[in-house]
Design a protein around this ligand. Structure first.
Ligand SMILES: *Cc1c(COP(=O)(O)O)cnc(C)c1O
Ligand code: SF4
Length: 355
Protein backbone atom coordinates (compact mmCIF):
# COMPACT_ATOMS: atom_id res chain seq x y z
CA UNK A 1 0.00 0.00 0.00
CA UNK A 2 1.28 3.46 -0.82
CA UNK A 3 1.25 6.01 1.96
CA UNK A 4 0.26 8.84 -0.36
CA UNK A 5 -2.29 11.22 1.14
CA UNK A 6 -5.23 12.39 -0.92
CA UNK A 7 -3.96 15.96 -1.43
CA UNK A 8 -0.71 14.44 -2.76
CA UNK A 9 -2.68 12.15 -5.05
CA UNK A 10 -4.77 15.11 -6.23
CA UNK A 11 -1.60 17.12 -7.01
CA UNK A 12 -0.27 14.31 -9.21
CA UNK A 13 -3.21 14.88 -11.56
CA UNK A 14 -2.09 16.35 -14.90
CA UNK A 15 -3.50 19.79 -15.57
CA UNK A 16 -2.17 21.10 -18.85
CA UNK A 17 -1.79 20.27 -22.53
CA UNK A 18 2.01 20.19 -22.40
CA UNK A 19 2.00 17.42 -19.78
CA UNK A 20 -0.44 15.38 -21.87
CA UNK A 21 1.52 15.99 -25.04
CA UNK A 22 4.77 14.82 -23.42
CA UNK A 23 3.11 11.51 -22.69
CA UNK A 24 1.77 11.25 -26.23
CA UNK A 25 -1.86 11.40 -25.06
CA UNK A 26 -3.07 14.20 -27.36
CA UNK A 27 -4.60 13.61 -30.81
CA UNK A 28 -3.63 17.06 -32.04
CA UNK A 29 -0.53 18.94 -30.93
CA UNK A 30 -0.49 20.82 -27.65
CA UNK A 31 -0.74 24.07 -29.60
CA UNK A 32 -3.85 23.29 -31.61
CA UNK A 33 -6.40 26.11 -31.51
CA UNK A 34 -9.23 23.65 -30.82
CA UNK A 35 -7.53 22.20 -27.75
CA UNK A 36 -6.83 25.66 -26.40
CA UNK A 37 -10.56 26.43 -26.73
CA UNK A 38 -11.42 23.16 -24.97
CA UNK A 39 -9.09 23.94 -22.08
CA UNK A 40 -10.49 27.43 -21.86
CA UNK A 41 -14.06 26.12 -21.53
CA UNK A 42 -13.20 23.49 -18.91
CA UNK A 43 -9.92 22.99 -17.06
CA UNK A 44 -7.92 19.83 -17.57
CA UNK A 45 -7.43 17.39 -14.74
CA UNK A 46 -6.38 13.84 -15.50
CA UNK A 47 -6.36 12.01 -12.19
CA UNK A 48 -3.29 10.04 -11.10
CA UNK A 49 -5.53 7.01 -10.63
CA UNK A 50 -6.05 6.86 -14.44
CA UNK A 51 -2.40 7.27 -15.49
CA UNK A 52 -1.50 3.57 -15.62
CA UNK A 53 -4.60 2.78 -17.68
CA UNK A 54 -3.91 5.70 -20.02
CA UNK A 55 -0.31 4.58 -20.50
CA UNK A 56 -1.72 1.21 -21.62
CA UNK A 57 -3.88 3.00 -24.19
CA UNK A 58 -7.25 2.44 -22.50
CA UNK A 59 -9.63 4.43 -24.72
CA UNK A 60 -12.53 4.17 -22.25
CA UNK A 61 -10.47 6.29 -19.85
CA UNK A 62 -8.78 8.54 -22.41
CA UNK A 63 -11.98 9.78 -24.04
CA UNK A 64 -13.35 10.84 -20.67
CA UNK A 65 -10.44 13.03 -19.63
CA UNK A 66 -8.20 13.97 -22.57
CA UNK A 67 -9.45 17.11 -24.35
CA UNK A 68 -10.44 16.52 -27.96
CA UNK A 69 -10.47 19.02 -30.85
CA UNK A 70 -14.18 18.12 -31.34
CA UNK A 71 -14.99 20.10 -28.16
CA UNK A 72 -14.48 23.27 -30.16
CA UNK A 73 -17.57 22.40 -32.22
CA UNK A 74 -20.65 23.79 -30.56
CA UNK A 75 -23.91 22.58 -32.05
CA UNK A 76 -26.70 25.11 -32.41
CA UNK A 77 -28.93 23.15 -30.00
CA UNK A 78 -26.32 22.99 -27.25
CA UNK A 79 -26.92 25.15 -24.22
CA UNK A 80 -24.79 26.83 -21.55
CA UNK A 81 -27.12 25.54 -18.82
CA UNK A 82 -28.55 22.40 -20.45
CA UNK A 83 -30.76 21.17 -17.59
CA UNK A 84 -32.02 24.56 -16.43
CA UNK A 85 -30.22 24.69 -13.06
CA UNK A 86 -30.47 28.46 -12.98
CA UNK A 87 -34.22 28.57 -13.78
CA UNK A 88 -34.92 26.63 -10.58
CA UNK A 89 -32.44 28.39 -8.34
CA UNK A 90 -34.15 30.41 -5.59
CA UNK A 91 -30.74 31.32 -4.08
CA UNK A 92 -27.14 31.06 -5.27
CA UNK A 93 -25.82 27.48 -5.16
CA UNK A 94 -29.30 25.97 -4.66
CA UNK A 95 -31.46 24.17 -7.24
CA UNK A 96 -35.00 23.22 -6.23
CA UNK A 97 -36.85 21.53 -9.08
CA UNK A 98 -38.59 18.60 -7.37
CA UNK A 99 -40.68 19.34 -4.29
CA UNK A 100 -38.94 16.94 -1.89
CA UNK A 101 -35.24 17.36 -2.71
CA UNK A 102 -32.69 20.04 -3.51
CA UNK A 103 -29.20 20.30 -4.90
CA UNK A 104 -26.59 22.32 -3.00
CA UNK A 105 -23.43 23.11 -4.93
CA UNK A 106 -20.71 23.35 -2.34
CA UNK A 107 -17.82 23.72 -4.80
CA UNK A 108 -17.30 23.79 -8.56
CA UNK A 109 -13.92 22.06 -8.35
CA UNK A 110 -13.50 18.33 -9.12
CA UNK A 111 -10.84 15.66 -8.82
CA UNK A 112 -11.18 15.02 -12.55
CA UNK A 113 -12.55 17.21 -15.31
CA UNK A 114 -14.79 15.09 -17.50
CA UNK A 115 -14.78 16.33 -21.07
CA UNK A 116 -18.55 15.72 -21.33
CA UNK A 117 -19.38 17.63 -18.13
CA UNK A 118 -22.99 18.85 -18.22
CA UNK A 119 -22.28 21.70 -15.81
CA UNK A 120 -19.21 22.94 -17.62
CA UNK A 121 -20.52 26.51 -17.71
CA UNK A 122 -19.53 26.70 -14.02
CA UNK A 123 -17.41 23.65 -13.23
CA UNK A 124 -13.67 24.27 -12.77
CA UNK A 125 -14.18 28.05 -12.77
CA UNK A 126 -12.90 28.91 -9.29
CA UNK A 127 -14.61 32.32 -9.32
CA UNK A 128 -17.99 30.51 -9.28
CA UNK A 129 -17.27 28.79 -5.93
CA UNK A 130 -19.49 29.83 -3.06
CA UNK A 131 -18.26 29.96 0.51
CA UNK A 132 -20.28 28.44 3.36
CA UNK A 133 -21.34 31.98 4.27
CA UNK A 134 -22.55 32.67 0.72
CA UNK A 135 -24.77 29.58 0.96
CA UNK A 136 -26.52 30.90 4.11
CA UNK A 137 -29.65 32.02 2.17
CA UNK A 138 -29.83 28.55 0.58
CA UNK A 139 -29.72 26.82 3.97
CA UNK A 140 -32.28 29.25 5.40
CA UNK A 141 -34.60 28.41 2.47
CA UNK A 142 -34.19 24.67 3.14
CA UNK A 143 -34.95 25.19 6.85
CA UNK A 144 -38.10 27.14 6.01
CA UNK A 145 -39.46 24.58 3.52
CA UNK A 146 -40.48 21.40 5.35
CA UNK A 147 -41.50 19.62 2.14
CA UNK A 148 -37.77 19.26 1.44
CA UNK A 149 -36.68 15.87 2.77
CA UNK A 150 -33.30 15.50 1.13
CA UNK A 151 -30.22 17.62 0.55
CA UNK A 152 -27.99 16.51 -2.31
CA UNK A 153 -24.45 17.84 -2.09
CA UNK A 154 -23.06 18.24 -5.57
CA UNK A 155 -21.11 20.75 -7.63
CA UNK A 156 -18.45 20.17 -8.81
CA UNK A 157 -17.50 17.37 -6.51
CA UNK A 158 -18.40 17.89 -2.85
CA UNK A 159 -15.76 15.41 -1.69
CA UNK A 160 -12.84 17.52 -2.91
CA UNK A 161 -13.59 19.77 0.06
CA UNK A 162 -11.35 19.00 3.03
CA UNK A 163 -13.01 17.57 6.13
CA UNK A 164 -12.88 20.97 7.82
CA UNK A 165 -14.51 22.73 4.84
CA UNK A 166 -17.19 20.06 4.55
CA UNK A 167 -18.02 20.01 8.26
CA UNK A 168 -20.08 23.25 8.48
CA UNK A 169 -22.28 22.11 5.57
CA UNK A 170 -22.92 18.76 7.20
CA UNK A 171 -23.58 20.22 10.63
CA UNK A 172 -25.93 22.80 9.13
CA UNK A 173 -28.03 20.18 7.31
CA UNK A 174 -27.99 17.76 10.25
CA UNK A 175 -29.64 20.47 12.36
CA UNK A 176 -32.69 20.72 10.09
CA UNK A 177 -35.36 18.41 11.55
CA UNK A 178 -37.32 17.73 8.33
CA UNK A 179 -34.25 16.58 6.39
CA UNK A 180 -34.19 12.78 6.37
CA UNK A 181 -31.35 11.92 4.02
CA UNK A 182 -28.13 13.51 2.84
CA UNK A 183 -26.84 12.50 -0.56
CA UNK A 184 -23.47 13.07 -2.18
CA UNK A 185 -23.00 12.97 -5.92
CA UNK A 186 -19.29 12.29 -6.41
CA UNK A 187 -16.68 10.87 -8.71
CA UNK A 188 -14.11 10.62 -5.91
CA UNK A 189 -14.33 6.88 -5.09
CA UNK A 190 -12.92 5.96 -8.51
CA UNK A 191 -10.78 9.01 -9.34
CA UNK A 192 -9.36 9.97 -5.94
CA UNK A 193 -9.84 6.88 -3.76
CA UNK A 194 -7.43 8.06 -1.04
CA UNK A 195 -9.97 10.78 -0.21
CA UNK A 196 -12.18 8.06 1.31
CA UNK A 197 -10.37 8.12 4.65
CA UNK A 198 -11.40 6.29 7.82
CA UNK A 199 -12.12 9.68 9.31
CA UNK A 200 -14.52 10.62 6.50
CA UNK A 201 -16.25 7.23 6.66
CA UNK A 202 -16.73 7.57 10.40
CA UNK A 203 -18.11 11.08 10.07
CA UNK A 204 -20.63 10.18 7.35
CA UNK A 205 -21.57 6.81 8.84
CA UNK A 206 -22.14 8.50 12.21
CA UNK A 207 -24.46 11.21 10.87
CA UNK A 208 -27.91 11.56 12.44
CA UNK A 209 -29.31 11.39 8.87
CA UNK A 210 -29.01 8.46 6.48
CA UNK A 211 -26.19 9.13 4.04
CA UNK A 212 -26.32 7.99 0.43
CA UNK A 213 -23.44 8.25 -1.97
CA UNK A 214 -24.13 8.20 -5.68
CA UNK A 215 -20.85 7.27 -7.33
CA UNK A 216 -20.25 8.57 -10.84
CA UNK A 217 -18.26 6.03 -12.93
CA UNK A 218 -18.35 5.28 -16.65
CA UNK A 219 -15.95 2.46 -17.41
CA UNK A 220 -15.05 -0.89 -15.84
CA UNK A 221 -11.40 0.23 -15.98
CA UNK A 222 -12.12 2.78 -13.24
CA UNK A 223 -12.44 0.01 -10.67
CA UNK A 224 -8.81 -0.19 -9.61
CA UNK A 225 -7.75 -1.99 -6.46
CA UNK A 226 -7.64 1.32 -4.59
CA UNK A 227 -11.08 2.36 -5.71
CA UNK A 228 -12.53 -1.02 -4.70
CA UNK A 229 -10.96 -0.54 -1.27
CA UNK A 230 -12.54 2.92 -1.01
CA UNK A 231 -15.98 1.53 -1.88
CA UNK A 232 -15.61 -1.27 0.66
CA UNK A 233 -14.74 1.25 3.37
CA UNK A 234 -17.87 3.26 2.60
CA UNK A 235 -20.04 0.15 2.75
CA UNK A 236 -18.52 -0.93 6.04
CA UNK A 237 -19.31 2.49 7.45
CA UNK A 238 -23.00 1.93 6.68
CA UNK A 239 -23.29 4.28 3.73
CA UNK A 240 -25.76 3.32 1.01
CA UNK A 241 -24.21 3.27 -2.47
CA UNK A 242 -25.77 3.76 -5.89
CA UNK A 243 -24.25 4.88 -9.17
CA UNK A 244 -24.74 7.23 -12.05
CA UNK A 245 -23.02 6.85 -15.38
CA UNK A 246 -23.19 8.76 -18.62
CA UNK A 247 -23.70 6.82 -21.83
CA UNK A 248 -20.68 7.95 -23.84
CA UNK A 249 -19.73 7.16 -27.40
CA UNK A 250 -16.41 5.33 -27.50
CA UNK A 251 -16.40 4.81 -23.72
CA UNK A 252 -19.29 2.54 -22.77
CA UNK A 253 -21.66 2.48 -25.76
CA UNK A 254 -21.08 -1.19 -26.65
CA UNK A 255 -23.02 -3.99 -25.02
CA UNK A 256 -19.78 -5.55 -23.74
CA UNK A 257 -18.49 -2.25 -22.35
CA UNK A 258 -21.75 -1.45 -20.62
CA UNK A 259 -22.15 -4.95 -19.16
CA UNK A 260 -18.56 -4.81 -17.83
CA UNK A 261 -19.22 -1.45 -16.17
CA UNK A 262 -22.50 -2.55 -14.60
CA UNK A 263 -21.01 -5.82 -13.36
CA UNK A 264 -18.08 -3.95 -11.83
CA UNK A 265 -20.48 -1.66 -9.98
CA UNK A 266 -22.74 -4.47 -8.83
CA UNK A 267 -19.78 -6.60 -7.70
CA UNK A 268 -18.55 -3.65 -5.64
CA UNK A 269 -21.93 -3.38 -3.88
CA UNK A 270 -22.99 -0.25 -5.77
CA UNK A 271 -26.45 -0.38 -7.25
CA UNK A 272 -26.59 0.99 -10.79
CA UNK A 273 -29.14 3.79 -10.70
CA UNK A 274 -28.97 6.22 -13.61
CA UNK A 275 -27.47 5.88 -17.06
CA UNK A 276 -27.66 9.43 -18.37
CA UNK A 277 -28.13 10.24 -22.01
CA UNK A 278 -25.59 13.07 -22.45
CA UNK A 279 -27.07 16.50 -21.76
CA UNK A 280 -26.88 19.17 -24.45
CA UNK A 281 -23.79 20.81 -22.91
CA UNK A 282 -21.68 22.88 -25.28
CA UNK A 283 -19.07 21.03 -27.31
CA UNK A 284 -20.21 17.52 -26.38
CA UNK A 285 -21.89 16.23 -29.59
CA UNK A 286 -19.05 13.76 -30.18
CA UNK A 287 -20.18 11.88 -27.05
CA UNK A 288 -23.82 11.33 -28.09
CA UNK A 289 -25.15 8.27 -29.88
CA UNK A 290 -28.70 8.46 -31.29
CA UNK A 291 -31.27 8.15 -28.51
CA UNK A 292 -32.95 5.25 -30.31
CA UNK A 293 -29.67 3.32 -30.25
CA UNK A 294 -29.28 4.12 -26.55
CA UNK A 295 -32.76 2.75 -25.84
CA UNK A 296 -32.00 -0.42 -27.80
CA UNK A 297 -28.70 -0.87 -25.96
CA UNK A 298 -30.35 -0.66 -22.56
CA UNK A 299 -33.23 -2.92 -23.66
CA UNK A 300 -30.67 -5.53 -24.64
CA UNK A 301 -29.34 -5.66 -21.06
CA UNK A 302 -32.56 -7.24 -19.87
CA UNK A 303 -31.82 -10.89 -19.14
CA UNK A 304 -28.03 -10.38 -19.39
CA UNK A 305 -27.58 -8.97 -15.90
CA UNK A 306 -29.39 -9.13 -12.57
CA UNK A 307 -32.30 -6.70 -12.58
CA UNK A 308 -30.58 -4.91 -9.68
CA UNK A 309 -27.65 -4.15 -11.97
CA UNK A 310 -29.71 -2.52 -14.71
CA UNK A 311 -29.85 1.27 -14.50
CA UNK A 312 -32.57 3.53 -15.86
CA UNK A 313 -31.74 5.25 -19.12
CA UNK A 314 -32.41 8.85 -18.19
CA UNK A 315 -32.96 12.00 -20.18
CA UNK A 316 -32.82 15.23 -18.22
CA UNK A 317 -35.11 17.16 -20.54
CA UNK A 318 -33.24 20.17 -21.90
CA UNK A 319 -34.47 23.46 -20.49
CA UNK A 320 -35.17 22.19 -16.96
CA UNK A 321 -38.28 20.06 -17.60
CA UNK A 322 -37.04 17.27 -15.32
CA UNK A 323 -35.64 13.75 -15.63
CA UNK A 324 -37.48 10.95 -17.40
CA UNK A 325 -36.74 7.30 -17.93
CA UNK A 326 -36.46 6.94 -21.69
CA UNK A 327 -39.22 4.54 -22.79
CA UNK A 328 -41.90 4.56 -25.46
CA UNK A 329 -44.27 6.11 -22.89
CA UNK A 330 -42.04 9.09 -22.30
CA UNK A 331 -40.17 9.54 -25.60
CA UNK A 332 -41.55 9.93 -29.11
CA UNK A 333 -39.40 10.18 -32.16
CA UNK A 334 -40.80 12.90 -34.43
CA UNK A 335 -38.11 12.88 -37.10
CA UNK A 336 -34.46 11.88 -37.52
CA UNK A 337 -33.17 14.37 -34.96
CA UNK A 338 -36.32 15.58 -33.29
CA UNK A 339 -37.89 14.03 -30.20
CA UNK A 340 -40.77 14.81 -27.89
CA UNK A 341 -40.42 14.01 -24.18
CA UNK A 342 -43.24 13.91 -21.66
CA UNK A 343 -42.36 16.09 -18.68
CA UNK A 344 -42.91 14.29 -15.37
CA UNK A 345 -43.66 17.65 -13.84
CA UNK A 346 -46.43 18.92 -16.12
CA UNK A 347 -47.36 15.94 -18.30
CA UNK A 348 -46.72 18.20 -21.31
CA UNK A 349 -44.81 16.99 -24.34
CA UNK A 350 -41.57 18.94 -24.85
CA UNK A 351 -40.01 19.07 -28.29
CA UNK A 352 -36.20 18.74 -28.47
CA UNK A 353 -33.96 18.99 -31.52
CA UNK A 354 -30.62 17.11 -31.38
CA UNK A 355 -27.62 17.95 -33.51
C1 LIG B 1 -31.15 15.02 -10.79
C2 LIG B 1 -31.67 16.00 -9.85
C3 LIG B 1 -32.09 15.61 -8.57
C4 LIG B 1 -31.99 14.19 -8.08
O1 LIG B 1 -32.95 13.42 -8.71
P1 LIG B 1 -33.22 11.91 -8.28
O2 LIG B 1 -34.20 11.44 -9.29
O3 LIG B 1 -33.75 11.95 -6.90
O4 LIG B 1 -31.91 11.21 -8.33
C5 LIG B 1 -32.62 16.56 -7.74
N1 LIG B 1 -32.73 17.85 -8.13
C6 LIG B 1 -32.35 18.25 -9.35
C7 LIG B 1 -32.50 19.67 -9.71
C8 LIG B 1 -31.80 17.33 -10.25
O5 LIG B 1 -31.39 17.76 -11.45
S1 SF4 C 1 -16.97 15.15 -11.80
FE1 SF4 C 1 -19.07 15.75 -12.39
S2 SF4 C 1 -19.12 17.98 -12.16
FE2 SF4 C 1 -16.95 17.35 -12.18
S3 SF4 C 1 -16.31 17.51 -14.32
FE3 SF4 C 1 -16.99 15.39 -14.02
S4 SF4 C 1 -19.18 15.43 -14.62
FE4 SF4 C 1 -18.55 17.58 -14.28
Amino acid sequence: MSSETWPQQLRRGLINLEQLNERGWLDAGAHSKELALAQNALDIRVPAEFHAGLAEGDVSLARQVIPAPAEAFIAEQELADPIGDERFSPHPGLTHRYPDRVLVKVTYQCAVYCRFCFRRHKVSHAEENLSFEALAPAYRYISENPQIKEVIFTGGDPLVLTDSKLEPHLTQVEKIPHIETIRFHTRVPTVLPERITEQLCERLGGSNKTVWIVVHANSASEFTEKSLTALKKLRRAGIALASQSVLLKGVNDSKEGLVALLRALYRAGVQPYYLHYPDLAKGTSHFRIPLEAAMALVDALQGQLPGLAIPKLTVDIPGGHGKITATANTCQKLSESCWAFRSPLTGDWVKVQYP
